[in-house]
Design a protein around this ligand. Structure first.
Ligand SMILES: NC(=O)NCCC(=O)O
Ligand SMILES: [Zn+2]
Ligand SMILES: [Zn+2]
Length: 485
C-alpha cells in the first residue's frame, strides 16, 4: 500500500518547490512530478513540511511534589494535531538511578505514544555509578544529558559536578544540555521576597531576573569550553543569556540556544494579573520576560545565533498550581505549548515576515534533527527519510481555547490567540495520525523510540583541537635555568 501526497509545495529548510511525494511503508520512496500511489492525499493549495520535532517535553514527570498531568497518550496526540511528529522527553533518575528510570519512561512511551519519541537523560548528581551509567545510557540511543543549575536541594548540580559530567559527555561523544539559572541566587531571592511579604506568583518572576540566567549561561558555556564539549542551553529566555551564547559562537564555540514559543510570545505582565490562578498558570522557569528580551530572541532566530524553537511542555492542572497558594516557591513550574507551537510560530513568525517559511522549518524540525543527530531520518523530506510529514494549510484558522484542545490541561496559556496556518494532515512514518477534516483519535502504541547515536566526529574534532592547544611544559636549556636547579 503506497500513499502519494499530491499537488503541494514542499517546504524544506533550504528551499521550496512544487512536487508530489510517494510514500512506501514508513519512508519516502520518491519525490517528483506526477507520481501515483494507492492512496492520494490532497495537498492542493498547501505546503508539505517535515513534521515538527519538539526537543523539550516533560510528560508524566514527577516534579515539585506532584507529577505533570499530561500523559504520553494525551501529549503525543496533542502534538500530532498541531503538526509535531516527534517529541524528546526528559528522563529524571529516581532512587535506582538512570537505567531503571529510562526503562520506566520507555515503557510508558511505547504503550501510549501516537508519534515517535526520544529521550534526554538528566544528571542530578555526580558519582562513580553515574559515570558508568552514562555509557550504558548512550548505548541505548540517548546522546544528550541534561544539567539543572537551578532547583536547589532537588535537581541542581554544582560546577564541579557539571564539569565531571561534561568531561564524561566529551569522552562518550554526547551533548550536554543545561537549564541555566543560578540556583543559589534564586533560592536567596525567593527567601528575600517571601520575607518582604511577596507570596504571589509575581514573586516567581522577581526572584529569577535575567541576570540570574545570564550568569549561569556564561558559566555553563565556560565549563563546556574547559571540558572540550559543545553545549545546548535549553529555554533561553533573556538577552543576557542570548548574548552569552552569541559571544561564545562568535569565538568559535559550538553552543546552541533554544527559545520557547512561550518566551517569544508571552510577557511578564501576566504575573501582575489580579487573578491569582491566571498568574500561577503562567509560572515557569525562566519566567516570561519583557519586550526587550522577546525582540532579542526573534533576532537570534533570524540571525542563526539561536537555532531551535521548543515548548518545554510541562503541563500542570490548575489544582496542581494551587499547591502554591500562599507561597510562590511551591507553585509547580511549567507551562504547555506542544499542541500550538507550530501554528503560533507560523502565524507570528511567517505571517508577520519575521522569519521565512524555510527558517520556520529549520527551527521547528531540521536544525533540531541535526543537533540531536537524527538527520536526515527526521527533519528532512528526502528519499529514505521517515515519512513524518505535515500537509500545512496556510489559510486555515482557529482561535486557541482550552475547551478545544487535545491536551488534558484545564487551561491554555495562549487562550484567545488567533492563528492562521494549521495542519490539514499529519503523517507519522507514513500513517495519517491527524486529519483536520474528519477528526482523529489517539493511536497509542504507534510511536517508536528513535535511537540517537553519539557524535563521534564532534568529540574527535574537539579532542584533536584541545590536544593541539593544550598547555605544555616549557623546555629550557640549562644555561637559562637558575644555578643549582
Ligand atoms: N521550565 C519549567 O518551569 N519546568 C519544567 C522543568 C524545567 O525544564 O526546568
Ligand atoms: Zn529547565
Ligand atoms: Zn524543561
Amino acid at each position: 500500500m503506497s500513499i502519494v501526497i499530491k499537488g503541494g509545495t514542499i517546504v524544506a529548510a533550504d528551499r521550496s518547490y512544487a512536487a508530489d511525494i510517494l510514500i512506501e511503508g514508513d519512508t519516502i520512496a520518491a519525490i517528483g512530478p506526477n507520481l501515483s500511489g494507492d492512496t492520494v492525499i490532497d495537498a492542493e493549495g498547501a505546503y508539505v513540511l517535515p513534521g515538527g520535532i519538539d526537543p523539550h517535553t516533560h510528560l508524566e514527570m514527577p516534579f515539585m511534589g506532584t507529577t505533570t498531568a499530561e500523559t504520553w497518550e494525551s501529549g503525543t496526540f496533542a502534538a500530532v494535531s498541531g503538526g509535531t511528529t516527534m517529541v524528546v522527553d526528559f528522563v529524571i533518575p529516581g532512587e535506582g538511578g538512570m537505567l531503571p528510570a529510562l526503562d520506566l519512561w520507555a515503557e510508558r512511551a511505547a504503550r501510549q505514544a501516537s508519534c515517535d519519541y526520544g529521550f534526554h537523560m538528566s544528571v542530578t548528581g555526580w558519582s562513580e555509578q553515574i559515570f558508568g551509567d552514562m555509557e550504558k545510557v548512550v548505548a541505548r540511543g540517548v546522546n544528550t544529558f541534561k544539567h539543572f543549575m537551578a532547583y536547589k536541594g532537588a535537581l541542581m548540580v554544582n560546577d564541579d559536578e557539571m564539569f565531571g559530567s561534561f568531561t564524561r559527555c566529551a569522552q562518550l561523544g554526547a551533548l550536554p544540555l543545561v537549564h541555566a539559572e543560578n540556583g543559589d541566587l534564586v533560592a536567596a531571592l525567593q527567601q528575600k521576597y517571601l520575607a518582604d511579604g511577596v507570596t504571589g506568583p509575581e514573586g516567581h518572576s522577581y526572584s529569577r531576573p535575567p541576570a540570574v540566567e545570564g550568569e549561569a549561561t556564561n558559566r555553563a558555556i565556560m565549563i563546556a569550553d574547559a571540558a572540550g564539549v559543545p553545549v545546548y542551553i535549553v529555554h533561553t529566555s533573556s538577552e543576557e543569556a542570548h548574548e552569552a551564547i552569541r559571544r561564545a559562537r562568535q569565538a568559535g564555540q559550538r553552543v546552541y540556544g533554544e527559545p520557547l514559543i512561550q518566551h517569544l510570545l508571552l510577557d511578564d505582565s501576566v504575573y501582575a494579573s489580579p487573578d491569582w490562578d491566571f498568574a500561577a498558570q503562567r509560572v515557569m522557569s525562566p519566567p516570561f520576560r519583557d519586550k526587550r528580551h522577546q525582540e532579542s530572541l526573534w533576532a537570534g532566530l533570524v540571525s542563526g545565533s539561536l537555532q531551535v524553537v521548543a515548548t518545554d511542555h510541562c503541563a500542570f492542572t490548575l489544582a496542581q498550581k494551587q499547591l502554591g497558594r500562599g507561597d510562590f516557591t511551591r507553585i509547580p513550574n511549567g507551562t504547555g505549548g506542544l499542541e500550538d507551537r507550530m501554528s503560533l510560530l507560523w502565524h507570528n513568525g511567517v505571517g508577520t515576515g519575521r522569519i521565512t517559511m524555510n527558517e520556520f522549518v529549520a527551527v521547528t524540525s531540521t536544525n533540531i534533527a541535526q543537533i540531536l543527530n537524527i538527520y536526515p531520518r527526521k527533519g528532512a523530506i528526502l528519499p529514505g527519510s521517515d515519512a513524518d510529514l505535515v500537509v500545512w494549510d496556510p489559510k486555515a484558522s482557529k482561535t486557541i481555547t482550552a475547551a478545544g484542545q487535545k491536551s488534558v490541561i484545564d487551561y491554555n496559556v495562549f487562550e484567545g490567540h488567533k492563528v492562521t496556518g494549521l495542519p490539514r494532515y499529519t503523517l507519522s512514518r507514513g500513517a495519517v495520525v491527524w486529519d483536520a477534516g474528519r477528526g482523529s483519535s489517539p493511536q497509542p502504541g504507534r510511536g517508536q523510540h528513535v535511537a540517537r547515536p553519539a557524535f563521534p566526529a564532534v568529540s574527535r574534532a574537539y579532542a584533536t583541537w584541545k590536544e593541539l592547544v593544550a598547555p605544555r611544559p616549557v623546555n629550557r636549556a640549562p644555561e637559562h635555568m637558575p644555578i643549582g636547579v
